[in-house]
Design a protein around this ligand. Structure first.
Ligand code: URP
Ligand code: ZN
Ligand code: ZN
Length: 522
């Protein structure tokens, strides 16, 4: 693979922004300096004058090729990762979601089989727990081993009778996550009440997409978000709330963070840009195109409010929940809104949409933009600084970003497999002019130059200090209290040594943590 020298650009990381040149060799960034000069025919020089040089985007929430609600999402791992690269995203974290009753390890194998031959960029996986048993719990632990590379599990509090787990199962799942050093992720909506409301609305003759939003009031998202935070705190488990779609759900996260709990909130491209008025469109297909869960907010001020929370740090990173179905597939729910396959696009347009609504409006600076589109995900999922940073030694996942150029989003020009785009007609500032993935120019002059299987699986390791470092302290502070009445030892007991999470984890595997052992004495 030839070397690339990017000259005269402004290198933007989450914590710095400065003029610098970037040298790439063998898929890795080998140098970042104020000025690098190399005169060799083997080095391609790219002039980035007036452009920004940013880490490739990481989308932590995709559903490529997902079999869901009787359909299979049309963006498979080939089309989906092409769309990602065209928009400046160079890594995705996809969800393994097995049907109820399937075992997580089998589902993980299935997703690898689907993804490996098709991915054009690197990818990681996050595994959904859709049923509960001691065997599932044991497999969760197994999946955190390096050969499987899973450090997060997702629980659905919605989709009753399909993917949903009940509170007792969720709580036990959270306890297992805490023990094995995995981040718990949650789809927070009250699935029981939604199920009842769906039946009520259908019995009243409301069968169109407007029934989707009416069956899922925002309060049911906020209530479940609060409940998820409470249960995670009770289990002393870090929590990541996916697709935060409403102000009150975001407020619940902020409230629990203020109380000292480890909670991350992920708004998605659609929720940061669109509101839910479209569910009442007289054109069935236009309304059905927007059907996703939780639904877009009925409050038109929500998208800006979510962006404000992202700007001030109460929400932490952005995903897309990219899960695309064609108009024809959506028509499965023509006579019953509960059968419309849920999901929208976003993977190609996320970076530009966030630039437009966040940076162009003056809410985010370019460094915060890099954080919420890339670096925060790399840190939360434990692949930083390999990903999410322009620095020596990092993977050469680099985007030459033109902050001044505009483009118009359209299904006629997008790289997704579906036949509409929920952002159709929007003009956005901020365009990925060149995308470099692992040292290869894969997007340039509006053309993709990709190879199926070029991307590789990135194992994500548990007990990530960025997420877990406070957990043993919290555990120590909340240990059970025994009042001595002659039958047990009064607490607090003698100072105890709490081993750091990394040590416990590595000891379990018979390995030594990198950087040597450490322990904390209370
Ligand atoms: O509507 C959505 N969000 N579809 C994908 C599945 C999920 O809930 O994440
Ligand atoms: Zn979800
Ligand atoms: Zn999702």
């Amino acid at each position: 693979m030839s070397a690339i020298l990017i000259k005269n650009g402004t290198v933007v990381n989450e914590d710095s922004m400065a003029r610098a040149d970037v040298l790439i060799q063998e898929g890795v960034i080998v140098d970042v300096q104020p000025s690098i000069s190399i005169d060799s025919p083997d080095v391609r020089v790219i002039d980035a004058t007036n452009k920004m040089v940013i880490p490739g985007g990481i989308d932590p929430h995709t559903h490529l090729q997902f079999p869901f609600m009787g359909q299979v999402a049309v963006d498979d791992f080939y089309k989906g990762t092409q769309a990602a690269l065209a928009g400046g995203t160079t890594m995705v974290i996809d969800f393994v979601v097995g049907q109820k009753g399937t075992l997580p390890l089998d589902s993980w194998r299935q997703w690898r089989e689907w993804a490996d031959p098709k991915v054009c960029c690197d990818y990681g996986l996050s595994v959904a727990i859709t049923s509960w048993s001691p065997e599932v719990a044991a497999q969760m632990a197994e999946l955190t081993r390096p050969e499987y590379g899973i450090n997060s599990f997702k629980f659905f509090m919605a989709y009753k009778e399909a993917l949903m787990v009940n509170d007792d199962e969720f709580y036990e799942g959270l306890q297992v996550c805490a023990k094995i050093g995995a981040l718990a992720r949650v789809h927070a909506e009250n699935g029981h009440v939604i199920h009842s409301k769906q039946k009520e609305l259908l019995s009243q003759g409301i069968t169109g997409p407007e029934g989707h939003t009416q069956s899922r009031p925002e309060e049911l998202e906020a209530e479940a978000t609060n409940r998820a935070c409470v249960l995670a705190a009770q289990a002393n488990c870090p929590l990541y709330v996916v697709h935060v779609m409403s102000k009150n759900a975001a407020r619940a996260i902020a409230y629990h963070r203020q109380k000292g709990h480890v909670v991350f909130g992920e708004p998605i491209a659609a929720g940061l840009v669109l509101d839910g008025s479209g569910y009442y469109d007289r054109d069935w297909s236009k309304a059905a195109a927007l059907v996703m869960s939780p639904p877009l907010s009925r409050d038109p001020s929500t998208p800006t409010a979510l962006m404000d929370l992202l700007a001030c740090g109460q929400l932490h990173l952005t995903g897309t929940d990219n899960c695309t179905f064609t108009c024809e597939q959506k028509k499965r729910g023509m006579n019953d809104f509960t059968k419309i396959p849920n999901g929208v696009n976003g993977l190609e347009d996320r970076m530009s949409l966030i630039w437009e609504k966040g940076v162009h409006t003056g809410k985010l600076d370019p460094m915060r933009f890099v954080s919420v589109t890339s670096t925060a995900a790399a840190k939360i999922f434990n692949c930083y600084p390999r990903k999410g940073k322009i620095a020596r030694g990092s993977d050469a996942d680099v985007v030459i970003w033109d902050p001044n150029r505009t483009r118009v989003i359209s299904a006629a020009t997008h790289h997704h497999a579906n036949d509409y785009n929920v952002f159709e007609g929007m003009t956005v500032h901020g365009v990925a002019e060149i995308t470099i993935c692992k040292g290869k120019v894969v997007w340039e002059n509006g053309q993709l130059n990709v190879e199926q299987g070029f991307g590789k699986y990135v194992p994500l390791m548990p007990f990530n200090n960025y997420v877990f470092a406070s957990i043993p302290f919290k555990q120590q502070m909340s240990r059970p209290i025994c009042v001595s009445r002659g039958d047990c030892q009064e607490t607090p007991v003698e100072p105890t040594t709490v081993e750091t999470t990394a040590e416990v984890n590595y000891a379990r595997r018979g390995q030594q943590p990198a950087g040597g052992a450490s322990s904390i004495v209370f």
